[in-house]
Design a protein around this ligand. Structure first.
Ligand code: ATP
Ligand code: MG
Length: 413
């Protein structure tokens, strides 16, 4: 992509009311634009990051045997009345009336999935069902002040599963938890699985995936594992049985610490509560009619973009992990045409952002640091036939042949 043709360039000014690091950098670097509090456009750069995160999530969801689909965002009141959530979740839901009929915008999809299940499932051979989608969620968030971490409209991956027995459900629940750990590892973040209360979702406990970060809105107590152990014990402060300074109850070795964290994922066990309310049955082998065991599993996709910026930045801009960077390399030309290098890299399927603008060297470098692509390449009269290689996370520069540049880029793919 030629930078001159990219829609959404770096900007100097950004909304003054934005206090969060993620919103400041994402807006200034041209990844997002703010419509109103908690509502953002993903500009082409931000969209590319979103696509990469989604692809990682998709691969790991498919590996558990789940099917991707897509459900609607406009829901009739009647479906929410079946579980009682039209009233109990009133505070978060956008509800409205049109031509004497009442509707809500999707804040989650359990009721919609259960409606599909009761139409499609008849016998035990139809189970288990594992279905997911990537979709927009709307929530009336009174605290929409953490940039893209907390939207009133945001993207989520939500998976739902239905099973013949609690045993089968439980097995899959932990398989998904494992898939989540793989996803977060591929995204380069270190999460803790935290037991927590389920809010408007369930009376039972759920498991949250929390990443330690000073900008987080949650507080967790966690085992400060260090080098001595890897027990990863953690509890949400809201329900905690430990306090800071306690000995970790799991490894019995390290000390418990308190820290701020961001919830990037959450998985829920509902048992048969929802299937009973909505009448989702199957016929078992012996002919008896039984309720399905049901659960749901969410990951915040747009929150993940913000989380990565909160975790990986310096005073100059973003430091994208390779797996989700919008481009692999940021190619800058200084007083010399680099279009043949750009074309050759593209032929080799390297994703290149090529700054061919007629602007100062200083501006090109400042923009490259702000945007945060992992590798910067400079083609200039000074470097003759060599290309200058610099990684965003290091100050070191090296002069390399094109072949060496290509080799390194292919290796790091
Ligand atoms: P929070 O406690 O942060 O309000 P939640 O527990 O209400 O989140 P869930 O219903 O568990 O959220 O949703 C699943 C995932 O969707 C969360 O783990 C989070 O990553 C993401 N998410 C939830 N609310 C928002 C939001 N307002 N903006 C962006 N992402 C969100
Ligand atoms: Mg949650």
């Amino acid at each position: 992509m030629k930078y001159s043709q990219l829609f959404g360039k770096t900007v100097r000014d950004f909304p003054k009311e934005e206090v969060s690091v993620n919103a400041k950098f994402l807006i200034r670097a041209g990844f997002i634009d703010k419509l109103m509090a908690g509502s953002f456009t993903l500009l082409p750069l931000g969209f590319r990051v979103k696509e990469k995160i989604e692809q990682i999530v998709r691969e790991e969801m498919n590996a558990t045997g789940a099917n991707e689909m897509l459900m609607p965002l406009l829901h009739p009141k009647e479906i929410w009345n079946e579980t009682g959530r039209w009233d109990s979740a009133k505070e978060v839901m956008y509800q409205f009336k049109k031509d004497n009929k009442e509707y809500a915008l999707s804040f989650t999809h359990e009721e919609i999935v259960l409606d599909v299940l009761r139409k499609k499932i008849s016998g035990y051979k139809d189970l288990p069902v594992k279905i997911y989608h990537f979709s927009t969620k709307f929530r009336d968030e009174p605290r929409a002040k953490s940039g893209i971490l907390r939207g009133r409209e945001f993207l989520m991956k939500d998976l739902y599963s239905a099973h013949t027995s609690n045993e089968d459900f439980d097995k899959y629940y932990w398989e998904v938890a494992d898939a989540y750990l793989k996803i977060f590892k591929r995204l380069g973040i270190d999460v803790r699985i935290v037991e927590a209360a389920g809010g408007v979702f369930t009376d039972d406990h759920t498991h949250e995936f929390q990443v330690l970060c000073d900008q987080g809105e949650d507080t967790i107590f966690y085992c400060d594992c260090g080098k001595t152990c890897d027990c990863k014990f953690a509890e949400n402060k809201e329900i905690a049985t430990v306090k800071e300074g306690d000995k970790c109850p799991k490894c019995n070795d390290c000390k418990i610490k308190e820290g701020k964290s961001i919830e990037v994922g959450n998985i829920f066990k509902f048992g048969t509560v929802y299937s009973q309310k909505m009448g989702v049955y199957y016929n078992d082998k012996d002919g008896s009619r039984k309720l399905v065991h049901f659960g749901s599993y969410g990951i915040g996709i747009t929150r993940m973009i913000g989380t990565l910026v909160e975790l990986f930045h310096d005073d100059k801009g973003i430091l994208w992990p390779k797996a989700v960077a919008p481009y692999q390399v940021h190619l800058i030309e200084i007083g010399k045409d680099a279009s043949s290098i750009y074309e050759k890299l593209q032929e080799e399927e390297i994703e290149v952002l090529y700054d061919e603008r007629d602007v100062s060297v200083g501006q090109k470098f400042t923009d490259a640091d702000l945007i945060g692509v992992p590798v910067r390449l400079v083609v200039s009269t000074k470097n003759e036939d060599k290309i200058e290689w610099k990684e965003r996370t290091s100050e070191k520069t090296e002069l390399l042949d094109f072949e060496e540049v290509l080799k390194r880029l292919k290796e790091s793919k």
